[in-house]
Write a new protein. Sequence first.
Lengths: 226, 226
Amino acid sequence: MLSQTMVALKSSRQQADRVAPPSVFDSLGSTIEMMGTTMSFARNSEIYFESEPADYLYKVVSGVVRTCKVLADGRRQIGSFYLPGNIFGFEGNEHTFSAEAVVDCKVLLIKRSTLFVSRDPSIASQLWGMAATELQRAQAHLVLLMKGAQQRVVDFLMEMSTRSSSSSANVVDLSMSRQDIADYLGMTIETVSRMLSQLENCGVIAMPSARRIVLRSLGTLHRLSA
Amino acid sequence: MLSQTMVALKSSRQQADRVAPPSVFDSLGSTIEMMGTTMSFARNSEIYFESEPADYLYKVVSGVVRTCKVLADGRRQIGSFYLPGNIFGFEGNEHTFSAEAVVDCKVLLIKRSTLFVSRDPSIASQLWGMAATELQRAQAHLVLLMKGAQQRVVDFLMEMSTRSSSSSANVVDLSMSRQDIADYLGMTIETVSRMLSQLENCGVIAMPSARRIVLRSLGTLHRLSA
DNA sequence: CGGCGCCTTGAACCAAGTCAAGCTCTGTGG
DNA sequence: CCACAGAGCTTGACTTGGTTCAAGGCGCCG
């Protein structure tokens, strides 16, 4: 049951890149305006660590971010993946998970304190809404972990398909490794691999390459995830 | 893998009991004052259903509440338990889980709209804090579900011990059934039972009765939950 | 071409689930 | 007050889905 993950993180935290113009932090169609700083992070570098004080919110500009935690026995749990446009870093006063760049990323940082000085009540309710979205994500993840291996993989594919505003629907380009997927779904890379092969054999997906998945029958997939 | 749970819910939604005086909604040491309504719910009755619009927040006055969801295959997932003083009902605009009374309960209802009319910025930040707490709870639950059966049960006992402001520390009085515990921990009642017996045989807990657990060695328990 | 990540596949193993009794409370009616 | 019924809990024997261990394949870059 022990460690498979043991990712050697690049220790180099990246430096600030440029100061963004007064920009629109526009998730959820909102209009929180503020000064933000964009930073770049190299693949597998750490954005923040799990227990650092949470003074910022983060918005993915490009790339993909994962939040994760290394358990006592060396295994790793991934809390969530964040795609361009997504906002992360919502945990209370102290981060409960670390955040890392899955691939090279640009991330917009917003100091939390700047959000509360403004008296604009719409900001408060937007924050509320984002936290609620995050909570729903976590709850969906809980439900996912109760299912069997095949269902988990199918759910994952469907989630990624839905969330990535991909050009051609039905094609999912995964930027994360099998190990990342396994740690997100709470299983081993071998099982992830087997389930994918199995789905391919059944003809419901195709894998032109390991990281590119074609969803050939959304109907069947949806039924499988029941 | 099919249904074990099939709880027959009492359909009788309870009526409003009395109107509370302008009361202090004082979780997190806050001072959100408002008119609230206290309602009583009988054991196993439904407080709200998963997909109803979420117009209220709820505070447990007495008793214990569970939030849960019935999966497609009939199994049930419990999102969380709420003890007296805890506040629940934070999901976005629509509840993702149902809420039910584990035992006879009194619950204080607060209409959300009343929270937003006031311009008091402290209310907003308190709401933010509560949502963050709820998120942390969910994340802790995620981590829990990655562990082995014994660890899950130990974690559950520790959580309950910590959260219940019990008179005598080290004694946990469970108001929920084995089935509730199993559905919270993502396993079967048999496994829960086996793990508890095992812990008792090792001498780290005692069970004067099925629902009353004495933690005989917090140190050992803490080590086991590693 | 060779080395190295990363992914896949196979076979053996094991933790938890399933199925099936049996036990222990608790409340109820005689 | 006792006997009985039923729900809830425990325990044992067997099955199984997923992990573990161990090769082997594929693709990429030097």
